[in-house]
Design a protein around this ligand. Structure first.
Ligand code: CA
Length: 247
């Protein structure tokens, strides 16, 4: 029997929403109604918090107030759009006045929809449902998700779940860790330079250096290798970079 996917459900996993609003009563109201829709809600009271949170975990929806102190909603929206993790997340922008709404649309902030305050709960819920039903059609983020599972020796990678299993142990990976491991393991024996890994995985992130790649590989090895002093899966190619074993 075919099952109908409800807005609050993404294949058994509760969908996650990030609510960014500095006015506590509005934030709580929005969060409450999203929870009633079955969503798991994370709240942020400032733009910088929102960017930090959105960098660390994937969301199915972002509700973003335009007027925020220090880092405004437009900046947050652009920052989220540049991220690998949430680059294609549906974003519903909250604006205070009609003129602001027009500005948001005119500037092509990257928001998918907007809602002018004050708004009714029914209108909010209707927009949220519509955004959750809309297929996420993006390039880079979905590319990895759409790719096939990889099995390499004791390692299994499931891009749909972004999950790694070594033998029978499920390994928790950050999005960057998963992406690096997937890139390497799906092309065993191919050497990736640190620069290539940076370009492929940390798209548009200017804060990372080649040292960040080494640090991430070190963390990955701690998670997947039986003995980190003698790695058998992720191999160092001295003077060049890394490759996944093709043995
Ligand atoms: Ca505000």
């Amino acid at each position: 029997m075919a099952t109908v996917q409800e807005p609050g459900d993404a294949g058994g996993r509760p969908r996650k929403a990030l609510v960014v609003e500095d006015e506590p009563h509005i934030r709580e109201l929005v969060a409450l109604h999203l929870r009633l829709e079955g969503l798991h809600v994370v709240e942020a009271g400032s733009g910088d918090d929102a960017i930090r949170i959105a960098e660390a975990e994937p969301f199915d929806l972002v509700i973003l107030d335009l007027m925020l102190p220090r880092v405004d909603g437009m900046t947050v929206c652009r920052a989220i759009r540049r991220q690998r993790v949430n680059g294609d997340v549906p974003i519903l922008m909250l604006t205070a006045r009609r003129e602001e709404s027009d500005k948001v649309l005119g500037l092509e902030s990257g928001a998918d929809d907007y809602l002018t305050k004050p708004f009714g709960v029914r209108e909010l819920v209707a927009r949220v449902r519509a955004l959750l039903r809309r297929p996420r059609a993006s390039q880079s983020t979905l590319q990895i998700r759409a790719e096939a599972p990889v099995v390499a020796g004791p390692l299994k990678l499931d891009p749909a779940r972004r999950q790694a299993v070594v033998d029978t142990n499920v390994i928790e990976l950050t999005p960057h860790e998963f992406d690096v491991l997937y890139l390497l393991a799906s092309r065993p024996g191919i050497v990736f330079t640190r620069e290539m890994l940076l370009e492929q995985v940390w798209t548009n992130d200017t804060h990372v250096t080649e040292r960040s790649v080494d640090t991430l590989i070190k963390r990955l090895r701690q998670k997947i290798e039986a003995d980190t002093r003698e790695p058998r899966l992720i191999l160092t190619v001295w003077g060049t970079g890394y490759k996944f074993t093709d043995a």
